[in-house]
Design a binder for this molecule. Sequence first.
Ligand code: NCD
Ligand code: ZN
Length: 350
Amino acid sequence: MSDKSITSLAIRRPDDWHLHLRDGAMMRAVLPETTRHFARAIVMPNLVPPVVTATDAVEYRARILAALPAGADFTPLMTLYLTEDTNPEEVAAAHDAGIATAVKLYPAGATTNSASGVRDMEKVRPVLETMAEIGMPLCVHGEVTDNDVDIFDREAVFIDKVLKPLRKKVPDLRIVMEHVTTQHAVDYVRDTHKNLAATITTHHLIINRNNILAGGIKPHFYCLPVAKREAHRVALVQAAVSGDKRFFLGTDSAPHTDAAKLQPCGCAGIFTAPNTMSCLAEVFDAADRLKKLEAFTSLNGPQFYRLPPNEDRITLRKGDPVTYPTHIDTADGPVTVFDPGFDLHWHVEG
Ligand code: NCD
Ligand code: ZN
């Protein structure tokens, strides 16, 4: 029977394995958009200054918990921002104490707030070896930053120049290649049978580079890694709907105010938290793979992170177009919500 006849779908409550919550007023405004549907999230550490030490993570987690909407049942899973000065023993202790779930590698200069990232992978080798020993995952922003590498090739070059050598040197390191955007990355993950998984964002399943650049420039579709050509989007959809346990959801919902996005040098980041589950249901429905949605949003991620899946469920119901705000108001100014460019019919209940 085709999944197309399904109009109601109960799935385990989803988790978001890559999320930007920011801090202060912005965090208070965007947090309810995630806690409404998601039980847990891997929280990115690229604050200014970044979340580098165990103490930073403890304090940031406390600020998130203090900002939770009343009645929300949400667990932030904290990450430490890897720098060339990160201390292996401190990372191991933070993991052991349940303070840090993963470590995040930003190549220096790769994206928003990544200036303190890594320039020389050899300098962080001791940390990575310790993480391999204790089974702590490394979340990777997989783009090189060399100016002479075309921005559309930066993920593929990263795989060849950084990821492959790293996986040879530290084969037991458990790696999540985050927000993959290319057929190359999908193939690389599929060809690997151990210690490697990938997250896929909501927006990269929906937009390609034409959406950003054809018919006028659309800053609200600009994020990093930048969306690629249509064939890559199709490869991402195939990976997501396949049920393959190495692919799971990391929305990379990354709020910036409109003022920060709509300027000559606008920020990278797309805010998808409010309508992510409706968008994903639409994508899986269009691919006739609704029954694989739960694996992507609720099962594969916990399995990689060695956590139990959530016990409770949400129900997705197909109906009249879903209404959602075009933007969220924050004390810093409005933040535009991702517009997929088509009606969403899947309502989330519970
Ligand atoms: C993220 C942000 O705004 O913090 N931006 C983005 O385009 N995805 C950083 C990141 O994850 O690259
Ligand atoms: Zn991100």
